[in-house]
Each structure stands twice: as C-alpha cells, then as structure tokens.
Design a protein around this ligand. Structure first.
Ligand SMILES: NC(=O)c1ccc[n+]([C@@H]2O[C@H](COP(=O)([O-])OP(=O)(O)OC[C@H]3O[C@@H](n4cnc5c(N)ncnc54)[C@H](OP(=O)(O)O)[C@@H]3O)[C@@H](O)[C@H]2O)c1
Length: 309
C-alpha cells in the first residue's frame, strides 16, 4: 500500500528512541514516507537515523506543518506543554496527536480540548513497560480518545509495533488512560517498596537477602518481584538506571494528586515517596530500587550490602 500519510515522532529519550525505531520500520514496510524524527537535542535524532529509516526534522514547526500523525514521548508535563505549544499554531486540521508521555490527566484533557477546537484529534496513549521492553517492542499501550475511525488508522502503527497489547479506554475522556497509567505506576512503586522491605527484613534478621531472592524466585517465578530483588541483591541500582528516582517521584506526585481528587488513601505510596526523597537527598538519582538502601540504613546496615562469597 502506498500512501502520502506523513508520520512524525517527537522525543527520542530512553523510551522514545526505541518506540520511534519500531514505528519507522513499520512505516517503511508499508511504503509510507519515512518517519520524521525530532528531539530537542538533535544529536539523538541523528543517532536514530544511523540505524533506522527516518528523516531528521530540524524544528517543531516543520513537524507540525508537515505531519498527519504525530507521536510524542516526553519527560513530563513541562516538556509536553513546551512541545505542543510550539507546534500548535502550525498544526494542520485533521492531524492526529498520539501523546505517549506519563503526564497529569488534567493536562491531557486541556490539550485534547484545545486540539478539538482546531480540528486536531488528541489521543492519550501512555505506555507500561521499561526501556528494555520498548526495545523489544513489548510495551502495553493504554489508549483513550479518538473515535473508531481514528483508532483504526493508528492502531496498525502501534500494535504489534511498539507493543503486543493495547488496553482501550473511552473515546470522550483522554484522561482515562492516564488515570489507568497512574494505577499501573502505583503498583510498580508499591512492589518496589514491598520487595525492599522484605529484602531488608531478611538481611537484618540474619537470613540473608540472597535467600529472600531465592524464595521470591521459587514462590513468584518470572515476576517483577525477582527483577527488583536482583537489582537490590547486586546493588546495580547506581549504574543501571532503568527508572530514575526523579521520574518515579514525578509519577508519585501525579498518583497522590489522583488519590486526593478521588478520595482514595495510598499509604504505601506515601512511604515509598519518603524513602525515595531520602535516597535523592543523601545519595543521588539512582534507579528506584535503591530505596532499599534507605531501609537498610534504618535497620543499622550499610546502604549497599557487600555480596557474600
Ligand atoms: N523509563 C521508563 O521506564 C518509562 C516507562 C514508561 C513510561 N515512561 C514515560 O515515558 C516518558 C519518557 O521517558 P524516558 O524514560 O524516555 O525519559 P528520558 O530518557 O529522560 O527522555 C526524555 C525526553 O524528553 C525530552 N525533553 C525533556 N525535557 C524537555 C523539554 N523541556 N522540552 C522538550 N523536550 C524535552 C528529552 O529531550 P532531550 O534529549 O533534549 O533531553 C527526551 O527526548 C516519561 O513521561 C516517562 O514517565 C518511562
């Protein structure tokens, strides 16, 4: 199938670089025009071009004025606002924005409203899964906004491209997918807190965190429990940062706001947040599994535990 439909991807960070690469390959296989790739730091777009069929865009105006579908995956609310505001005056009527960052539900709603006023469709499609799953094309996509026709157009560019599973939510309220994403990150941060507490209990009580990890692998095989326990056991949270504490804190702020707005109580998130703050202030911006170090210190142990021979 040959088409003149022009797609772009904005935001080529740890997640976006891999997602854009998969989409570029898909477009190429469909004989669409090459993906226009844009990143605030242009070197990252040039880097993507070395391995994938993309054209490097040099400005957001170029992206906005020439695209029919624009994907974005950016750091936070501020980055999304700056980027969409810069594109907004140049967007063509009929353009589809597929925003994939983890941002506040309210911000997504406000841009969806503004977009509708100028004939642009805004879909909120945040993703679940770490950068390694973005690389393997195994993310879970949460989709809200866009009517049936729009979804039929964009779905083949997302599934099975950046992920194998989509969870479809309402067409009228784009905030639904972001609320679900925040529920998802509630589980991630809570599981990290739980594993950190259990690993600390095992070590402090003399059982040994290596035995706690062995038990987790036996009782809960092939789950995040074992993955997080492994990072804690081997102290890899300082040099292999899959999910930085600052990004987790950004998500925690959205989670706590959502809880406040909806009257839910989240004591585990409050505790995780305190532990994360302490690691940030006393040690650095490591992977979120480093909260275990704070719990170890509270138990009279070292932040990093020496491995047993
Ligand atoms: N990492 C994960 O495990 C994970 C998993 C699921 C979802 N997410 C979400 O996915 C999004 C991207 O995460 P990531 O891990 O890819 O982050 P990242 O590696 O830090 O990349 C952030 C991207 O945002 C851009 N950016 C930052 N501030 C900007 C600004 N003010 N204006 C324009 N662009 C700006 C960066 O551009 P520069 O290159 O110029 O800095 C970069 O392209 C976040 O919302 C995150 O919460 C992350």
């Amino acid at each position: 199938m040959t088409t003149s439909l022009q797609c772009s991807f904005v935001g080529l960070g740890a997640m976006g670089h891999a997602m854009a690469g998969h989409i570029a390959n898909k477009l190429s296989s469909l004989q669409y025009p090459p993906l226009l790739a844009f990143n605030r730091t242009q070197a990252r777009a040039k880097d993507l071009k070395k391995t994938h069929p993309v054209q490097v865009a040099t400005s957001l105006e170029q992206v906005a004025s020439s695209s029919d579908i624009i994907f974005s995956c950016l750091l936070n609310d501020g980055a999304v606002s700056e980027t969409i505001d810069a594109m907004f005056p140049h967007l063509k009527s009929g353009t589809i924005l597929i925003e994939q960052s983890t941002i506040s539900p309210a911000l997504a709603q406000s841009y969806a409203k503004k977009a509708k006023e100028v004939g642009v469709t805004y879909l909120a499609c945040p993703v679940m899964g770490p950068p390694s799953k973005a690389v393997s094309g195994d993310l879970t996509v949460l989709m809200a906004g866009g009517n049936t026709e729009v979804r039929a157009k964009v779905m083949p560019l997302l599934i099975p491209v950046i992920g194998k599973k989509v969870i479809e939510l309402g067409q009228d309220d784009v905030a639904e997918s972001l609320r679900l994403k925040l529920c998802g990150n509630f589980f991630i941060t809570s599981v990290v807190e739980m594993v950190a507490e259990g690993m600390t209990l095992g070590e402090a009580s003399g059982v040994g965190q290596d035995k706690v990890k062995e038990l987790l692998d036996a009782v809960f095989p092939n789950t995040l429990l074992g993955i997080y326990a492994d990072r804690m056991l081997n102290n890899t949270y300082k040099d292999q940062i899959a999910f930085p504490i600052t990004t987790a804190k950004k998500d925690v702020a959205h989670i706590l706001q959502l809880a406040k707005d909806s009257g839910a109580k989240l004591p585990i998130t409050e505790i995780f947040s305190e532990n994360a703050d302490k690691v940030l202030s006393d040690h650095g911006n490591y992977d979120l599994t480093s909260v275990v170090g704070n719990l170890r210190e509270k138990a009279g142990l070292d932040f990093d535990l020496k491995k047993k021979n």
